[in-house]
Design a protein. Structure first.
Length: 235
């Protein structure tokens, strides 16, 4: 047999061997099963990892694929079948694409990945209450000032699924002449915030205060409250 023919035959045998062994070489060393491939912000990622035999160690990393950063890492108790839950916490996670990377020692380091998405969380709810919805003021028509300054406080409460929401951003606007309000503030751990309102009034006026609650990953919630000012004039 000519040398050239032998080389061609040898290459064909190598190619066939690679084709037969490729599925074995590329088959997962272990299996990751996600309870769902999408998780709401504030929800939980549930997953299982099954091994052909118990590994000596298991570590899980969650990677934000868009920012290429590791959000958290944890070691799991080695077992042939592992079930775990990772809370998708507000502030730590954001809407986007993530990788659940599992690294195990099975006589040597092996690694597999599964992918999931985090989407928008539950809607926000904002409630507002004025400290005083009806104000009275007096203007001395013989005085130098033909207006009077009045003030009030607006109490805001933001919840999500009935639970207080901390660090929700509140954007406020006062509709009415010569009025101002705390334009931006944030809720505390109880989901509460106080906004200071004031106005220079010259006559009977009804003001409308609109407040929007904003939190990344959630739809915007809006609320409004009215402040009625009754002005008495005299000399």
């Amino acid at each position: 047999m000519e040398t050239k023919t032998k080389i061609v035959l040898l290459l064909n045998l190598i190619f066939v061997a690679l084709l037969l062994s490729w599925p074995v070489m590329t088959a997962p060393r272990f299996k990751i099963t996600l309870d769902g491939e999408t998780v709401p912000l504030g929800g939980e990622l549930r997953f299982e990892v099954s091994f052909p035999s118990p590994p000596s160690s298991v570590r899980v990393d969650v990677i934000d694929l868009e920012r290429n950063i590791t959000i958290e890492s944890r070691n799991l108790r080695p077992s042939k079948m592992i079930s775990a839950v990772i809370p998708i916490e507000e502030g730590r996670y954001r809407i986007g694409h993530y990788s659940l990377r599992v690294a195990a020692n099975m006589g040597g380091p092996v690694q597999e990945e599964a992918y999931f998405n985090v989407f928008g969380g539950a809607p926000l709810n904002v409630t507002l209450k004025a400290e005083r919805e009806n104000l009275s003021a007096f203007i001395n028509v013989t005085g130098e000032k033909q207006y009077v300054r009045v003030s009030d406080r607006i109490f805001a409460n933001v919840t999500i699924g009935g639970r207080p929401l901390e660090r929700a951003k509140l954007i406020a606007l006062s509709i009415g002449p010569n009025s101002t309000i705390t334009s931006v503030t944030y809720t505390n751990a109880s989901g509460e915030a106080v906004l200071d309102w004031s106005a220079n009034v010259t006559g009977n006026t009804t003001y409308v205060v609109i407040v929007q609650a904003v939190k990344p990953g959630h739809s915007i919630a809006s609320g409004e409250v009215r402040i009625r000012v009754k002005v008495e004039k005299g000399g």
